[in-house]
Write a new protein. Structure first.
Length: 398
């Protein structure tokens, strides 16, 4: 591997300026640890932003990847593939969802969800096409999903934005939702069970229950964006299971491939029946490599005891964070291993993030001032302890 300055200079010269990376290039990972180009090791509480649920180089991931690569990586969706059906089944197992479509990113899964909702009403001859979503939400970077994203910073420069999307309601506000959904042209309400990029803000149970009740009463669809909360991240395979709410369409990505790019848009039979061959498609979506890896990873996540450990360690992490007493801490919240620690302001949050990185712990800041903890789901209590110990020192020196 080249030295860091060479890596950085090449990147600056040839890679588009859409990110502002810190001065680290990771070379390899094992378990919950990453090693950079200079040989420094970090304990990872970010996991590629809630992606690497089995950590790095886990045998389930690496073996599935290499075994399938030796067989066949990509075939056209003009043909059947065993991995495609297996992946769909493991994702929807035990739920009310019946059919899946695969893409490569969360944005694509949401794009598919929006198209499916519109197609559902189109083929019924109903004039319902508007997509309502929440303020401070995040749904992706394609034009449709960036418009559904309720944060102006992500979509304003890309006007004109697609019509009928970008009708926002304040999150967790039942009265506002009731009003927005009273428009007969609304096709669907798209919502994250936990607003993750927005600062780890869980929806209340009453809010999601009411969203289900209202959409059903109005003949509208309910779409859950579980891109970040899916794949056992919250301690159940899907967050909607804990809320006891059954959305018509669920999108997911990130953890379902354990580090290999794959995303899914899932729906009930009734809604999925709106698709006809030719309505939607993608070259790489549902490729055997992604589906074989995703199937192996999700099968592991569904092993007895796995999700119990996520719940237990998530509570352990949350309790540990709550023990840090500081005037800078405003709140600690989350479900399973998606936990946020809200700080007084952005400056403090960024300072903590940078100091933790220097100490060898990877976190990040979301929603401007919330420290985000989304470690690999295999994180242990002793690894949590060592992060908490370092964090306590950082707070003492603030
Ligand atoms: C809830 C949610 N939806 C959609 C996306 C977009 O996913 P991707 O970056 O894979 O397109 C993200 C990414 O952070 C997300 O958190």
């Amino acid at each position: 591997m080249s030295d860091f300055q060479t890596i950085k200079a090449r990147d600056k010269k040839y890679f588009m300026n859409t990110y502002s990376p810190v001065d680290i290039a990771f070379e390899k990972g094992k378990g919950c640890y990453l090693t950079d180009s200079e040989g420094k090791t970090y304990l990872d509480f970010l996991a590629g932003i809630a992606v690497n649920c089995l950590g790095y180089d886990h045998p389930v991931f690496t073996n599935a990847l290499t075994e399938q690569a030796h067989k066949v990586a990509v075939v056209s969706n003009y043909f059947y593939s065993e991995a495609r059906g297996l992946m769909a089944e493991v994702l929807m197992r035990g739920t009310h969802l019946n059919k899946a479509f695969f893409g490569n990113s969360g944005a694509e899964a949401n794009e598919c969800a929006i198209k499916l909702a519109r197609k559902y009403f189109y083929q019924r001859g109903e004039n319902k096409y508007k997509i309502v979503s929440a303020l401070h939400s995040f749904h992706g970077r394609t034009l449709a999903t960036v418009t559904a994203t309720g944060q102006e910073q992500y979509n304003k420069p890309f006007s004109p934005l697609p019509g009928g999307i970008g009708i926002y309601v304040p999150f967790n506000d039942i009265a506002a939702l009731e009003k927005a959904l009273s428009d007969p042209e609304v096709a669907a309400f798209m919502v994250e069970p936990i607003q993750c990029e927005g600062g780890i803000v869980p929806a209340t149970k009453e809010y999601l229950e009411k969203a289900r009740e209202l959409t059903a009463a109005n003949g509208q669809l309910l779409i859950f964006d579980e891109v970040q909360t899916g794949a056992a991240r919250t301690g159940t395979f899907w967050a909607f299971e804990q809320y006891g709410v059954k959305p018509d369409i669920v999108s997911s990505a990130k953890g379902i491939g354990g580090g290999f790019p794959v995303s899914a848009c899932m729906a009930t039979d009734e809604v999925a029946a709106a698709w006809k061959p030719g309505d939607h498609g993608t070259t790489f979506g549902a490729n055997p490599l992604a589906c074989a890896v995703g199937y192996a990873v999700c099968t592991k996540l569904r092993e007895p005891g796995f999700m119990e450990a996520v719940r237990e360690n998530g509570e352990y992490l949350k309790e540990g964070l709550k023990k840090i007493v500081s005037p800078y801490v405003k709140d600690v919240r989350g479900m399973g291993l998606v936990v946020g620690m809200e700080m007084e302001n952005e400056e403090i949050a960024n300072k903590i993030y940078k100091t933790m990185l220097e100490k060898g712990f990877i976190l990040n800041v979301c929603g401007h001032k919330v420290m985000r903890f989304v470690p690999p789901l295999i994180i242990t209590k002793s690894e949590i302890d060592s992060m908490l110990e370092a964090l306590k020192e950082v707070f003492e020196d603030l």
